[in-house]
Write a protein that binds this ligand. Structure first.
Ligand code: ADP
Ligand code: MG
Length: 448
């Protein structure tokens, strides 16, 4: 270790950079560390000039401990570091930036501007995923890494993923990020192999600060891509970069996915998005209508939202159709017109009603429908009846009185008691909660 007294500040920093070069990966070093230089070194404080405030922020959050460690190694002292914008003397740090690799071209971000957090309606089903996405976007690489978001088709995975990108880019304009669907990545890899440009491919993805990889269930059976992603992911994680995945199912349920990749994908936070409840669906329709400058009443929104239950893309498509039919025919916006718009989008069957819930529950509990609707009080029948009431309330949002009507005019307090009892069981018994979830899904799927 050299003695600090005989080492000029410039040399200290050069040595620190040398030490860091061995510790962080090449791409990260060239991007974040090489463009820095020593501004001043007095009273145990090392001021490091950086090209812009974004650099300061990034270094502070991602490389501070490495830098302090290297400084101690070089000088033998505990020092403080401050990242500052350069004074006007000497070679401007900006000039050095140009020697670092150019950032990924804007066009390669592949982000759509309408997918933002602002345009994302939060409800029960997506609240957790939304909160995780917000947190990650605000603290890249520091909270949940990787973040894995999964959920059914059309529930907002791509929207959330891109919202993270848009948000982070607003926060850090120089960010190197890439949004890509696993399928596009696969094609790119195949091309790279064909054109012998696999190294460039590797470099491009391994030098990112933020990788947004959509629809990773596509990796099924694509061994070469799995391999590539595994190593890319490791490199990104070593560099402190943030990675976010989406999929239609959790990592462990993606068949033929290599074990080590499964454990990698699931090593951060895994969150799911559940289908939106009625209130959220109405809110989404109203927001979308407002964006389109279309006057949608709550009544019609409610009607459409009752018919389209689980896919937000279909929900939006219904509205687009309604607007088109309305403007083409000039007919007033009514329930009938809404039905016309919904015609090929949702099941021609009747929407689920109370009887359908009763039939489904009766079948599940192996109880005849007539007994379920009747007065019998054996334990099994009573429980099935209570579950049916609970589901009618939760899925159909029926009033207590309307629910009672299905069961021979039972009093609303009886219905209330049943719902409370089932809610209690749901909290206490995970197996029972599972049964409720399965029944709910079964009913919802048959409807949209
Ligand atoms: P996925 O990727 O899960 O299949 P998308 O993210 O493509 O679904 O969402 C489908 C459509 O629904 C998009 O147009 C998206 O903007 C919209 N969408 C989904 N969730 C929401 C939400 N919570 N609020 C507003 N729009 C949403
Ligand atoms: Mg998607």
């Amino acid at each position: 270790m050299k003695n600090l007294l005989y080492m000029p500040g410039e040399e200290v920093w050069t040595n620190v950079l040398e030490a860091l070069k061995l510790r962080v990966n090449r791409q990260a070093f060239e991007t974040w560390l090489l463009p820095t230089r020593l501004e001043s070194f007095t009273d145990g404080v090392v001021k490091v000039a950086v090209p812009n405030p974004f650099f300061a922020d990034w270094l502070q959050h991602h490389y501070l401990s490495e830098i302090l460690f290297a400084l101690k190694e070089v000088t033998g002292r505990e020092l403080q570091v401050e990242f500052v914008l350069p004074e006007n003397r000497g070679k401007p740090a900006q000039a050095l930036v140009e020697t670092s690799p150019p950032p990924v071209a804007q066009t390669q971000f592949r982000l759509r501007s309408r997918y933002t957090f602002d345009s994302f309606i939060v409800g029960e089903g997506n609240r957790f995923a939304w909160a995780a996405a917000r947190s990650v976007a605000q603290n890249l690489g520091k909270t949940y890494n990787p973040l894995f978001i999964y959920g059914g088709v059309g529930l907002g995975k791509t929207h959330l993923l891109q919202a993270i990108g848009n948000f982070a880019l607003g926060l850090y304009p120089g960010l190197r990020l890439c949004y890509t669907a696993a399928e596009a990545l696969f094609l790119e890899l195949i091309q790279a192999i064909g054109k012998n440009t696999r190294l460039e491919f590797k470099d491009k993805y391994r030098g990112l600060d933020l990788l947004l990889l959509d629809d990773v269930h596509y990796l099924v059976g694509k061994e070469s891509l799995q391999e590539e992603i595994f190593f890319t992911f490791n490199a990104l994680q070593d560099a402190g970069s943030q990675v976010i995945f989406t999929s239609d199912r959790p990592p462990k349920d993606i068949p033929t996915l290599q074990e080590r990749l499964i454990s990698r994908l699931g090593s951060g936070l895994v969150v799911d998005i559940q289908p939106p409840d009625l209130e959220t669906r109405v809110a989404i329709l109203l927001q979308k209508a407002k964006l389109e400058g279309f006057n949608l009443t709550e009544e019609i929104a409610l009607h459409i939202a009752t018919r389209v239950r689980s896919n937000i893309r279909t929900l939006e498509a219904s509205l687009v159709r309604l607007i088109a039919i309305h403007s083409l025919t000039g007919k007033p916006v009514s329930r009938e017109l809404a039905e016309q718009a919904l015609k090929d989008l949702v099941h021609p069957e009747q929407p689920i009603d109370g009887n359908r819930v009763i039939a489904t529950v009766a079948e599940h509990f192996q109880v005849p429908v007539q007994e379920l609707k009747g007065q019998l009080r054996t334990k099994r029948v009573a429980l099935a009846r209570q579950v049916a009431m609970f589901l009618m309330r939760n899925i159909l949002s029926l009033s207590l009185k309307d629910i009672g009507y299905y069961f021979g005019g039972k009093d609303h307090t009886t219905v209330m008691h049943a719902i409370e009892k089932v809610s209690g069981l749901q909290d206490e018994d995970p197996g029972f909660a599972n049964t409720l979830e399965t029944l709910t899904r079964q009913l919802q799927q048959s409807n949209s």
